[in-house]
Design a protein around this ligand. Sequence first.
Ligand code: FAD
Length: 322
Amino acid sequence: MSVLVYVEQVDGKFKKSVFEAVSYAKAIADNQHTNLTAISIGNVADSELKELGKYGASKILKVEAAQLKNFVNQAYASVITEAAQKEGADIVVLSNSFSGKGLAPRVAVKLKAGLVDGAVELPSSNGEFSVKKTAFSGKAFAVTTLTSANKVIALNPNAFGIKENAVDPTIETFSPEIKPTDLNTIIKEIVRATNKVSLPDAELVVSGGRGLKGPENWGMIEELADLLGAATACSKPVSDADWRPHSEHVGQTGIAISPNLYIAIGISGAIQHLAGVSSSKVIVVINKDPEAPFFKVADYGIVGDAFEVVPKIIAALKAHKG
Ligand code: FAD
């Protein structure tokens, strides 16, 4: 019995959500009086892998097969499954990220495991293995009890936090069997649409809605995002009207995100929009209508005209940086 955590890398680096998943998996391992092993797929330097030790991973399996350089759902799921079987891990933890959402159910099927996706708390310690999770696009919580021998948990980013628990990890090369049928779909090349921060991975997001009146007014949104190192997003009507690309549409029918900071500018806060952003750690709302529903879920609210408020924030940031 042990715990395995999948550590997703982007260009050879780990994001904060990975350290959070490791912290969470370590807490489960401690509660189960067992060890935590991490599995990394793709080319990651040992110095970066060692970082996982800070959060409690005592053993790290690294898989560097050439066919697995780029993310392939089916093959990565098989490798994680094989690692779980090799390590005798009965609990597998992943981050409920864009790729984690594809991997978790596949790994669960392969391991004949019960699955909790969107977990927000540690499993209960009252004898049952029950985990609180988000339900109905984040509008409610459910408590799921897993009765299967194997269990897969996909943790929502920003739900648990990063907790240091330093150990000196051992790094082991793992060479799993990669079946050709797992490589029916492969990614040959990744061409980024822009050099900007990608929305599903972003820690900071600046988002605009219909209150911005038209696409010609997005300059200030992009400038604010650039100054903060943030990704840009938008509400559904904005992408429907082609003011912004559909890849920026967040919400129930768009991308669900959980950044550390979400700045909503000229967005009313309709329930379908909130479904995709309400698990952001800190929400800042700028809206000229003090009754806008978004203020009910905001950590900080500015009642004012975006065309006056945003340039002032940009000027203040420039002054601060200068
Ligand atoms: P509006 O509702 O028009 O709000 C504009 C806001 O800007 C207002 O609050 C106004 O006070 C403010 N404003 C105006 N001028 C200014 C100014 N100068 N300065 C500051 N504030 C200003 N929507 C999504 O976003 N994502 C989804 O995934 C999604 N899925 C949906 C699925 C279904 C099945 C349905 C029925 C709807 C869905 N919607 C979704 C649409 C959703 O219901 C809302 O219509 C939409 O979110 C509203 O977008 P908005 O806030 O940009 O525009």
